[in-house]
Unconditional design. Structure first.
Length: 390
């Protein structure tokens, strides 16, 4: 039994054609019965022919005329003809026929076999076309979704860029600069710095776990936290921002409260040019920040748990004396991905040597590590540089 939607155009007014038309209707096909090709052309346009299969009686016209009129349509045409030889079948196929049904049709067995074979091909072609249409639709939806995602990421990147401090600033006799290079649209690395008063500068460099929008959201949380703590300091309601370890404890609590499943490593500190001290706290930050005094670079010491992982995490502040001229440089761990060395120890040594040779500007550090030419970074990279203005 045919699908009720399957349509056959049968062309021919002889007795065999009429019997076949009735047989096909009983089999469930929708049959459009026409007299001959000439009348079909007079009554219809080629574009209006709505059929899955055409059966053409040899007495009603030629296959070549019909297929030529139909032009680009892919409707198969089956000839209904007298007993034929193999050569006749080849001629019919070359003329545009897909198969041949021979007369007489006493029991329609041959006709049913040919028609079923052709309809099977038609159904397969319909399934193929439906799959192609569905794929094209899915691709269009994907393209639209990707365009929206790119727009969202670009908007997020602009917002994230606006949250960063201005570059090449001077506070309390210090020159502060940075660079942040995301591996994707949005960065999980973040940094900030600002004066607490005329002689103290607060700063931090953080590296949020993972990549993408969820990690970038945590950087928004950090920026919001520092803004609130600065307001609290001005109002006199809280001085958490004046102690690096209290800042880390506050960030740890707020990040856990979000239940985002994110954590971060961080280096936060306060440089006091009047007391000539650096007070800092570490939250599993790696590589260790580098301080350069008396022409010799060295890693700072200390340890601490990652922020946002454990409720009972505690942090401590380490204090070191500073003498001018000095320079403090901190990196996110993405910098290690661009250093060509076999072991972490060798990468750390290369980091020290490169900082020693690169001079006193972010631009020279960027060139020394090749960050100005690398296009596809394996990880986000953030660099923070603080130097005495001497």
């Amino acid at each position: 039994m045919a699908d009720i939607e399957e349509k056959i155009l049968l062309i021919g007014q002889d007795e065999d054609s009429s019997h076949l038309a009735e047989h096909l209707r009983q089999a469930g096909f929708q049959v459009d019965h026409r007299i001959d090709v000439a009348s079909l052309k007079d009554e219809s346009r080629a574009d209006d022919v709505d059929a899955d299969l055409i059966i053409l009686s040899s007495r009603a016209g030629r296959v070549r005329d019909l297929s030529g009129w139909l032009d680009s349509t892919e409707i198969p045409i089956v000839m209904l003809d007298q007993p034929v030889t193999a050569a006749d079948v080849v001629t019919a196929l070359r003329s545009g026929a897909s198969d041949v049904i021979t007369r007489p049709m006493n029991d329609f067995v041959d006709a049913d076999r040919v028609i079923e074979q052709q309809m099977a091909r038609v159904r397969l072609q319909k399934d193929y076309q439906a799959a192609r249409d569905e794929l094209e639709r899915a691709n269009k939806e994907l393209e639209i979704g990707l365009a929206e995602l790119r727009n969202d990421h670009n908007a997020g990147r602009r917002v994230q860029s606006k949250m960063l401090p201005e570059r090449r600033q001077q506070f309390a006799g210090l020159t502060i600069d940075h660079i942040l290079k995301p591996s994707l649209y949005l960065s999980g690395d973040f940094l900030d710095y600002f004066p607490l008063n005329t002689h103290q500068v607060f700063f931090y460099l953080a590296d949020v776990s993972g990549h993408g929008a969820s990690s970038a959201f945590v950087t928004v949380l950090l920026k919001n936290l520092t803004n609130r703590l600065q307001r609290n300091l001005r109002r006199g309601s809280s001085d958490d921002i004046t102690d690096p370890h209290r800042f880390l404890a506050r960030a740890n609590k707020e990040l856990l409260d979000t239940q985002l499943g994110k954590h971060l490593t961080i280096f936060a500190g306060i440089l006091d040019t009047r007391a000539r001290t650096l007070r800092y706290s570490l939250g599993a930050h790696y590589p260790m920040p580098i301080i350069w005094q008396d022409g010799v670079p060295r890693f700072l010491e200390g340890r601490g748990k990652a922020v946002g992982m454990m409720e009972d995490a505690t942090y401590e502040t380490t204090e070191v004396s500073i003498e001018e001229p000095f320079r403090l440089v901190a990196f996110s761990d993405g910098i290690l991905e661009v250093i060509n060395a076999n072991s972490l120890a060798e990468k750390e040594q290369s980091l020290l040597e490169t900082v020693a040779m690169a001079g006193h500007t972010i631009e020279k550090l960027e060139q020394a590590f090749g960050l100005d030419v690398i296009r596809d970074l394996p990880d986000d990279i953030a660099v923070l540089s603080i130097a005495s203005a001497v």
